[in-house]
Design a protein around this ligand. Structure first.
Ligand code: TRP
Ligand code: SF4
Length: 403
């Protein structure tokens, strides 16, 4: 096996209802973009959904396949990305259990979302073992695929940080093979004369002088090396940095810089605010929702001037309208030369243009559910292969040789 671990992206989404434009602009468009430059793994996080929806899980079963359909319709391409369902890959759960052995309780209690979400979702009892451990389950999701990058919003950065700390702790405990140095030296020889020398040079400069440039050179050298196995690569990376062998590599956050997608009340679009427009929203309903949106309260009559800065609709113009149109509309609003109905029409048109091809593809997939299931099955099979490779290694270093 020779995977390029640093090039792998992993992300998951909870199946808790139909996707809306907030998901599309905040997450999906980014996923679709990433497919061009990374090996992507996108999964339905159904176990994660259970951490908050355990009392009434019906929505999870109902929305899992529909969510995949929405991904596909939006442009996630199964030729570029592996699409799968978390609960069909039991290795996530096994790794979660194994990682739980080395996870200090304080690390989990410190994750900001633990207390925040308990505060926010007051109608649910989230003082559960599963909810406390959910960031660790996320760490297992990431580490089981040795993902290099995790696209996340601001609220999830702390989870990737936890994952890095867990990986470091794991490697510290289990990355020390008794014959580590000999194996590393043997791996160096496999790189050929010239590269061996460059690697040793870079290692010495980093370890003796803390030269971080040399560290980068060493890493680049390993990246470019075609003829060494993954475990040798991990050994050499650990040897370069001065630790043991790296079994679970530390992932990095890819912070998604999407513009804020407002809902139909001007707040962030979110199911819990009841202000969403679904990807499958019928055109008449899109039109009605936008037309009934509140505007600048100063514009009581058509002849009253207004100010876009005080209008909940304006956030949508930032997503859908060009800079020059926005200038004209600002002028028109402030002088009352346009009405709110005219102003909103730009958004209605742009939104319907965006949704039309997506909804067309949704219908195609709904008429071919067995095709969708094959995509999911193939994704699960591939994900399972990768996950099994990792769990075998983990079992071995944690003393579980009984099978
Ligand atoms: N926790 C994420 C959310 O609630 C979903 C998720 C689960 C995830 N596992 C992941 C995201 C791994 C990125 C990587 O949105
Ligand atoms: Fe809002 Fe446009 Fe009406 Fe001005 S004209 S208040 S920006 S909807």
């Amino acid at each position: 096996m020779n995977i390029s671990q640093t090039n792998r992206v992993l992300s998951g989404m909870r199946p808790t209802g139909l996707l809306h434009l907030g998901h599309y602009h905040g997450v999906l468009k980014n996923w679709i973009e990433l497919q061009h430059s990374y090996e992507c793994f996108y999964f339905v996080a159904d176990w994660h959904a259970l951490t908050t929806h355990y009392a009434d899980p019906s929505i999870i079963g109902e929305s899992s396949r529909d969510m995949v359909i929405d991904w596909l319709a939006a442009g996630v391409n199964p030729g570029n990305a592996t699409i799968f369902i978390q609960s069909r890959i039991p290795e996530h759960a096994e790794l979660h259990t194994l990682l739980s052995m080395i996870t200090p309780l304080g690390w989990l209690e410190r994750v900001p979302s633990y207390k925040d979400q308990q505060e926010k979702l007051k109608d649910k009892d989230l003082a559960t073992y599963g909810f406390l451990g959910y960031p660790l389950l996320q760490s297992a999701d990431i580490l089981i695929y040795k993902a290099g990058f995790v696209p996340v919003g601001e609220d999830q950065v702390a989870h990737v940080e936890l994952t890095r700390e867990i990986a470091r702790r794991f490697n510290h405990f289990y990355g020390k093979e008794p014959d580590f140095e000999q194996r590393a030296e043997a791996a160096i020889r496999k790189m050929g004369k010239k590269n061996s020398k460059l690697y040793k040079d870079a290692r010495r400069r980093f370890q003796e002088q803390g030269d971080t440039e040399a560290l980068l050179i060493g890493k680049a050298l390993l990246d470019a090396q075609q003829n060494i196995s993954l475990s040798d690569r991990e050994r050499l990376l650990g040897y370069l940095e001065g630790g043991g062998r790296i079994i679970l590599p530390e992932p990095q956050s890819l912070l998604t810089m999407a513009p804020k997608m407002p809902g139909i009340d001007g707040q962030k679009m979110s199911k819990s605010y009841g202000n969403t427009i679904a990807l499958r929203e019928p055109p008449e309903s899109v039109e009605k929702k936008i037309k009934t949106m509140p505007t600048d309260p100063a514009r009581v009559r058509r002849t009253d001037p207004g100010d876009p800065a005080k209008c909940p609709v304006w956030g949508l113009h930032r997503v859908y309208t060009s800079e020059s149109t926005r200038q004209e509309l600002t002028e028109g609003c402030k002088t009352a030369s346009i009405g709110c109905i005219d102003c909103k029409q730009y958004i209605i048109d742009a939104m319907l243009d965006e949704l039309r091809p997506i909804q067309q593809r949704v219908n195609e997939y709904l008429n071919d559910l067995s095709g969708v299931d094959s995509i999911i099955n193939e994704g699960c099979e591939y994900a399972s292969d990768v996950a099994q490779d990792t769990i075998k290694e983990v079992r071995k270093v944690m003393g579980l040789t009984g099978r």
